[in-house]
Every structure is written in structure tokens, then in C-alpha cells.
Write a protein that binds this ligand. Structure first.
Ligand code: HEM
Length: 283
């Protein structure tokens, strides 16, 4: 990707046009930083909840509390299913905590060994979470309708495919392409987090549940969210990549606006999930 000054070098633009391009580029970068900051805060609140809720109740031997995040939890006699559930939540803590650290440029350049090891843990942790998740869905099922399970399962399969592609580009030292696939993988791994905050933002903005049934946890909105939890973030990320490549000032301003609006909606969802879903289970 060409730097701002490289791009301007080849443009027969007036000084005013150059100035607007620089401002647009700055606003695109700032909007991405704003999104990243909000995402890290929200993801680490989720990590805190998972560690305190599952870790804390496990230490007290209160296994019944594990069914709070889904009806299955710990089922007497189902050793492999219970092991999958325990590994699933344990790896969720590691992967969701470590993921954002991979995207911080200063950490990447100053601590390359950390980046490499944290990256390996992230990718193989994500593979294992997906395999344990797929096993649980197949053997125990989950809340909602089969089409919703299909959406979540497809996300798990995509994590494995995208992870392989990201690692192969890193091994071949195709760093620019590796970065893009790693960011796509980041969105996929956080799909379950997007699901939770997307659901809470939707409920808050609609003043209550809309387009789905709270009792059965089914309905058109939840079918959309089961696929949208990764397809929407991936689509926005592609749009962002295209904007970075283009040399249009207007596209940069438009994309910054989209990212800021989506971050504000994300903030509503993070607030809703923290207050309505996570805090009540750990306080
Ligand atoms: C890779 C990212 C993933 C993370 C970080 C993650 C995280 C979690 C967490 C924290 C829980 C506990 C529920 C809660 O307290 O909110 C959970 C439950 C669960 N997850 Fe995942 N998960 C991921 C991917 C998957 C995938 C790909 C599948 C299926 C293919 C899956 C299937 C399940 C199931 C079946 C449960 C049990 C909920 C129930 O009983 O219905 N997860 N996951």
C-alpha cells in the first residue's frame, strides 16, 4: 500500500486538493483507531466475564452455573462434551485476550518474537475452539433453530480455512497479504462477540426484542445474526481495504463516517451486553 506522500507525488492536484486528501487519510486512520480501541475494551470485558464466571464457579465446584451461557453447560456422564466445553471457554479467554495484541503495530515491530508466538497460540487456539464448538453443536445442539447452528458452524469452518491461509502467507513472508488474512481471521474469531453485542444493540435500539422470540430464541433476526456475526464485519473490513487502496478523498471521508457510526452502535452493544448479560452473572 502506497504512503500518502507517494500517492500525492503522482497526482496533478492543487494544494487544496492535497490538503483535503491528507485530512481524509488522517480521519480514516483515526476512525480505525477509534474502532480498535472500542473493540479491545469490549472484548476484554467479555474475557473478564468468561474468566470470572467460568473460572470462579469451577473453583467453587458450582458446575450448574456453567449452563448460564447456554443450556448445556456441564452434563453428568458426558465426559468428552464437558471436556470440550471446558477447553472451549478456557481457550476463549486466551484467544480473545491475545487477538488484539497482534494488531498493535508497535508490539509487532518492537517484539517480533512475542508476535510470532502469540500468533501461533491465537491461530491454533482458534482452531481448537472451533473443533470443540463443532463437536458440541453436533452432539449436544444449542439454543435456537438448526439454521442458526449452521451459521455458527460455518463460522468455525471458515476460521480453520482463513487460519491456514494467514499462516501460509506468514511462512512465505508475504507480509502485506498475511496482514489482510490475519485481520479477516480476527473478525471471524470475534464473531461470537459480535453476536452478543449485535443482539444487545438491536434490543436496545428497538426498545425490546424485535424480529425474534425470546422464549425459543428463534426468528428472522437471529437467523440473520448467525451469519451476519461474521459476514457483516468481513464485508466492512473488505470495504476498508478497498478504501485504503483507492486514492479517492471522498471515499476516505465516507469510510471514516461509516466506521465511526458502526463504532457508536458497537458501543451501545458493548454497554448492553456488559450490563444485561455479563455483569449480572459475575456480581
Ligand atoms: C472462535 C471463537 C469462539 C469463541 C471465543 C467462543 C466462546 C464461547 C464462550 C465464551 C462460550 C460460553 C457462553 C457464554 O458464557 O457466553 C461459548 C459457548 C459455546 N460455543 Fe463458542 N466460541 C467460539 C466459537 C464457536 C464455534 C465456531 C462454535 C460452533 C461451531 C461454538 C459453539 C459453542 C457452543 C455449542 C457453546 C455452548 C452454548 C450452549 O450450551 O448452547 N463456539 N463459546
Amino acid at each position: 500500500m502506497a504512503s500518502v506522500e507517494d500517492t500525492l507525488l503522482n497526482k496533478p492536484w492543487s494544494p487544496a486538493d492535497r490538503k483535503y486528501y491528507r485530512i481524509a487519510d488522517k480521519s480514516l486512520k483515526l476512525s480505525a483507531a477509534f474502532w480498535f480501541l472500542a473493540a479491545v475494551i469490549g472484548q476484554w470485558i467479555f474475557v473478564y466475564y468468561v474468566a470470572v464466571h467460568y473460572g470462579g464457579t469451577a473453583l467453587q465446584g458450582d458446575w450448574a452455573a456453567w449452563s448460564a451461557g447456554g443450556p448445556q453447560g456441564i452434563i453428568p456422564g458426558d465426559s468428552l462434551g464437558n471436556f470440550s466445553m471446558a477447553m472451549h471457554v478456557f481457550l476463549a479467554i486466551i484467544v480473545v485476550f491475545g487477538g488484539p495484541l497482534q494488531l498493535i503495530p508497535q508490539l509487532r515491530t518492537r517484539f517480533p518474537t512475542f508476535h510470532r508466538w502469540n500468533g501461533r497460540i491465537f491461530v491454533f487456539g482458534a482452531f481448537a475452539i472451533s473443533l470443540f464448538g463443532l463437536y458440541m453443536i453436533m452432539t449436544r445442539g444449542s439454543v435456537g433453530a438448526p439454521i442458526q447452528h449452521l451459521g455458527t458452524s460455518l463460522g468455525g469452518v471458515l476460521i480453520i480455512i482463513f487460519g491456514v491461509i494467514a499462516v501460509r502467507h506468514a511462512m512465505r513472508r508475504n507480509i502485506a497479504v498475511h496482514r489482510q488474512w490475519a485481520m479477516r481471521l480476527f473478525m471471524l474469531v470475534n464473531a461470537v462477540w459480535f453476536f452478543r453485542i449485535g443482539l444487545m444493540a438491536w434490543i436496545i435500539l428497538n426498545n425490546g426484542p424485535a424480529g425474534f422470540d425470546m422464549e425459543t430464541f428463534t426468528g428472522p433476526f437471529l437467523v440473520f445474526l448467525s451469519f451476519g456475526q461474521y459476514l457483516v464485519p468481513l464485508a466492512v473490513l473488505e470495504l476498508y481495504f478497498r478504501t485504503q487502496k483507492s486514492t479517492s478523498t471522498a471515499a476516505r471521508f465516507a469510510m471514516s463516517g461509516i466506521v465511526v457510526v458502526l463504532t457508536l452502535i458497537m458501543g451501545v452493544g458493548i454497554f448492553g451486553a456488559t450490563m444485561g448479560m455479563w455483569l449480572p452473572r459475575i456480581t
